[in-house]
Every structure is written in C-alpha cells, then in structure tokens.
Design a protein around this ligand. Structure first.
Ligand code: SF4
Ligand code: SF4
Length: 184
C-alpha cells in the first residue's frame, strides 16, 4: 500500500514538474482575455435630444485637435475659439458654460429639442456619452445614469465592440460616481 502511494506520488511529482516547465500561456488564454464584461451582449441607447447632458456644473473637456475641428466648423481661428469658447481648468481645457450651467453651444429648436451648434465635430466627451467608464463600471452605475438620461435603455442596440471603442475614447475619469449628465 505504502509502495503504491509513493509510486503515485512520484508520478504526480513528475507531472507537476513537467507542467511547471511548460510556458504559462501554452494552450491557455490569459485571464484578462477570458474576463467578460457585463455588457457583452450590447446595450440599448438612443438620444431623445432632451439636452440634459449638456447642462449643469462641471467640465466639457476638449483636446487641441477637437478645438481645431470646432474652430473650422464655426469658421473662426483656433486662437479666437480658445479665447472665446474655452477656459483652463485642472490643467486641461474645457468648453465655456453659461451662468445657468448650459454648454455654450447648446441651443433649442422650435419644438424645444436640444441642438448642438458643433454637433458634427463635438468633443469625444459628448459623442462617447453614455458609454463612459464610470457608467459602464457595473449594471448599477448604468442604471444610475439612466435615471438622468432618458435615452439609456431605449432604441438602437450598440454592440460590445462599439461600446468599448467609445469607452476608450471618453476623456472622463475611470472612477465610478464621477461624472453624470449635468455634472460635466
Ligand atoms: S441626456 Fe441622454 S437623451 Fe438627453 S440629450 Fe443627453 S444623451 Fe440625449
Ligand atoms: S458641445 Fe454640443 S454635445 Fe457637447 S455639451 Fe456642448 S452642446 Fe452638448
């Protein structure tokens, strides 16, 4: 009995040593590739143009390339755009807001729906909404964001690849509970 135990232990020992010599990734997917995100099946979202996310205290971060695009769209020089429509905050540039907290480019059409004066070239922070890291942290955060954005959970389905692309493009911080509509 004892002999059989030692024989089995020796076989097991050899197997363990053999495995240890194999590259760790042989026939295995790394753990970070296996990990599935909770929105793997996609998420529904379609803007209702309520304008809620363009209002409120906070920041609308703009990169220099975005400034160039918006300046061209408005047919002003980049310098004039920077001076008139942006301000410095926390070491970055943000779009100016009205005293009420509305984005300087927010307007409304005759039916009361919101309009963005720089829509075709709006900053990544705007077009990546609501697929921001903070909103995608978990289902709870997504549901939280839906309380303030009526477009979340409705309309067109966005697949996981598209969501990931927008999430990566968002200049907002990754911490949960950072920015919500009206807190830019
Ligand atoms: S809050 Fe949502 S539905 Fe309203 S304008 Fe912004 S993205 Fe569209
Ligand atoms: S740039 Fe346009 S989309 Fe972005 S906050 Fe201002 S009005 Fe809204």
């Amino acid at each position: 009995m004892a002999m059989r135990y030692f024989k089995n232990a020796a076989i097991r020992g050899k197997e363990i040593k053999k495995k240890a010599k194999e590259p760790w990734h042989k026939n295995k997917e790394p753990w970070y590739k296996k990990k599935e995100v909770w929105y793997i099946d996609g998420l529904p979202y379609e803007c209702t143009r309520c304008g809620q996310c363009c209002k409120g205290k906070g920041y609308i971060w703009v990169a220099y390339e975005e400034v160039l695009g918006m300046a061209e769209h408005l047919e002003v020089s980049p310098e004039a755009f920077i001076q008139q429509y942006t301000h410095r905050a926390r070491g970055r540039r943000s779009l100016v807001q009205t005293p009420k907290g509305d984005c300087v480019f927010l307007s409304h059409d005759s039916t009361g729906q919101s309009q963005c004066k720089v829509y075709p070239v709006c900053p990544a922070q705007c077009w990546s909404w609501p697929f921001w890291p903070a909103n995608l942290f978990d289902r709870h955060c997504w549901d939280d964001a839906a309380k303030e954005c009526p477009g979340i959970g409705k309309g067109e389905m966005h697949d996981c690849a598209e969501i990931r692309r927008m999430r990566a493009a968002s200049p907002t911080r990754r911490h949960r509970r950072v920015q919500r509509p009206g807190q830019r």
